[in-house]
Design a protein around this ligand. Sequence first.
Ligand code: MHO
Length: 244
Amino acid sequence: MGSKPARGMMVRIIFYSLLIAAMVSQSSGIRVVQEKEQVTKTAVFAMGSFWRAEAVYGCITGVVRTRVGYSGGSKLNPDYHSIGDHAECIEVEYDPKLISYERLLNVFWANHDPTQIFGQGPDVGPQYRSVIFTQGEEEVKLATASWDSEQLKLGKNEVVTEIQPLQAFYSAEAEHQKFELRQNSSLFQILGEITNDELIASTIATKLNGYAAGMCTPSVKKLLDTKVRPFLFNRSRLEEMFSS
Ligand code: MHO
C-alpha cells in the first residue's frame, strides 16, 4: 500500500519535472528566436572616392548596409571640405553567415589600385589613400595575409596599402550617403519619403546604390532588374488607372 509520504513525493517529482520541462522549452524557445536574429559585423576600408566604394560594396551579397565617412586621421569632427588628415572610408555592415571578411578583402583589392600613392585615378590627394582599418587580432591576421598575397601577385609593383587599427569613424554628411542613388531620381523615388537616417540604415537603398552606379555583377544586376522593373515601368498600369 503506497504510503501518503511516498505519494506526496511522487506528486512533487512530477510537478518539478513539468516545471523544469516548461523552463527548458521556454529557454530553448528564446534560443530559437535569438538564432533567427541577424548578427552582423562591420568592416572599414579606404580605397579612393567613398561614393564609388559604397556602390561597390552595396552590390555584394551578404552586405546588409553601408555608410561613408572619414577615418585614419587626427582631426576632430572632419567634414568633406575640411577633411584634415583623414581618408574617405566605407563602413560595410555584413552578415558573417553569408560573407566572410576574407571575401570583403578580395572585393577591396579588386576594386582599386593599391599601388597608387595617395590617390586613385583622377582623384589625387591623401584623402584617397588605400587603407584597411582593422578591428581585432583576427582581422589584422587576415588583412596581413591578403596584403602579402596581393604583393606577391603584383610582383615588382609595390603595394602601398596601409593596415591600421580603426580609431574614430566619423560619418560623412547626408549628401554623400548613397550618393550614386541620389543621382538617379527615378530609382531614388522608389523609396518614397525617406529620412537620411532611414536611408543610411536601409538595406534596399544599399543595394540600389550599387545598382544605380552600375557596379553590380551581371547576376546581381539581373536579380535587381527583376525586383526594380515593376516599380519603374508602370506606364500601362497608370494608363489603366486613368482610363477608369
Ligand atoms: N572625382 C570625384 C571625387 C569624389 S569624392 C567623393 C568627383 O569629384 O567626382 O571625393
